[in-house]
Design a protein around this ligand. Structure first.
Ligand SMILES: Nc1ncnc2c1ncn2[C@@H]1O[C@H](COP(=O)(O)OP(=O)(O)OP(=O)(O)O)[C@@H](O)[C@H]1O
Ligand SMILES: [Mg+2]
Length: 302
């Protein structure tokens, strides 16, 4: 990597708290530590990924400066303003260093208003302001163009999606070369994954006719895995058996992300001094970050 090939990775799951944002941060810093130029687009009104990269008052400043996906979508969809996505980027957001340099990560932050914006667009549509296009159709048109522009500059483009299924998640999944679905290998999480898969990959053509089919099957990444839990081992075996069948409805990562104190710590910005190195930040979980990046590279190429 190095000369912008612009691969798009969306991290999504209907279920909350399964490690979506953690996966995005691992991938952003893991790819950037290998020299790739990375941009993170936060599509979650909770703004967790944004806060991880811009803790304390930094995110407030970014939001007041309108450097958010919310402002971008409002300007593009509600005002029909032709501003480029680059105007909404916060450059060099990472505090983490490698060989004395900050990791090359830029970000389009989220703000809590993102949720309201969805409603605002739907209301305007009900007034007949946009012709026949749905919220999903509008968002796809605008984000597709933005991704096209970002592909010229970045090697890796990451979407952090909100839990649940929103119009923005539906669009991110369609724009992605790879959709990573972090899943805790327990009963309720696999049930949640099944519901998610059916509503987007199987019924997409029926219920969301304005959107194309996703480019490829979802790729399940087992997260927060505890080797000591028998249930985790059983669910992983079942997932492996299903993924091994011909015409399996999903791919399964070979790597699993363990439930690791080092990962939980890495996700807390208050745990670190001003500019930790990549190795200081991820500690005992560096191997998991590198392993995840390597497998994503293989999956993108294969
Ligand atoms: N592999 C792991 N080991 C230990 N803790 C983890 C791991 N992955 C995630 N966590 C912790 O679990 C919590 C939820 O993780 P995260 O915020 O990434 O989930 P999420 O799916 O993005 O949640 P949401 O649905 O709210 O967006 C966080 O406190 C995080 O630190
Ligand atoms: Mg999250």
């Amino acid at each position: 990597m190095g000369d912008a090939s612009g691969r798009v990775i969306a991290v999504a799951n209907m279920k909350g708290g399964v490690g979506k944002t953690t996966t995005v941060v691992m991938l952003a810093e893991g790819f950037a530590a290998e020299g790739a130029r990375v941009v993170v687009l936060d599509l979650d009104a909770q703004a967790s990924a944004s806060y991880c990269f811009a803790p304390d008052d930094e995110l407030k400043t970014i939001i007041s400066a309108r450097k958010t996906i919310t402002s971008f979508l409002a300007d593009r969809i509600l005002l029909n303003d032709r501003v480029p996505i680059h105007d909404y980027l916060t450059p060099a957001i990472s505090k983490v260093t490698k060989a004395g340099e900050a990791l090359p990560i830029d970000m389009v932050a989220a703000s809590p208003r993102l949720r309201l914006l969805e409603r605002e667009i739907i209301l305007k549509m009900a007034e007949g302001k946009f012709g026949a296009r749905s919220l999903e159709g509008q968002s796809l048109r605008v984000l597709q163009k933005a991704i096209g522009e970002l592909k010229e500059t970045y090697d890796v483009i990451l979407f952090d999606c909100a839990p649940g299924i929103s119009a923005f998640t539906e669009v991110a999944i369609r724009l992605a070369d790879l959709v990573v679905v972090p899943t805790i290998p327990d009963f309720l999480s696999t049930l949640g994954f099944e519901a998610f898969r059916l509503s987007i990959w199987e019924n997409a053509h029926v219920t969301r006719s304005s959107l194309p089919r996703p480019l490829r099957r979802p790729a399940v990444l087992p997260t927060r895995v505890s080797g000591r839990k028998r249930q985790h081992r059983e669910v992983l075996d079942a997932l492996m058996a299903e993924a091994g069948e011909a015409d399996a409805p999903f791919e399964l990562f070979g790597i699993t992300i363990g439930d690791q104190a080092a990962i939980e710590r890495a996700m807390d910005p208050e745990q670190f001094a001003e500019a930790p190195t990549f190795e200081q930040k991820w500690g005992a979980s560096v191997a998991s970050v590198r392993g995840l990046v390597n497998e994503i590279r293989r999956r993108l190429d294969g």
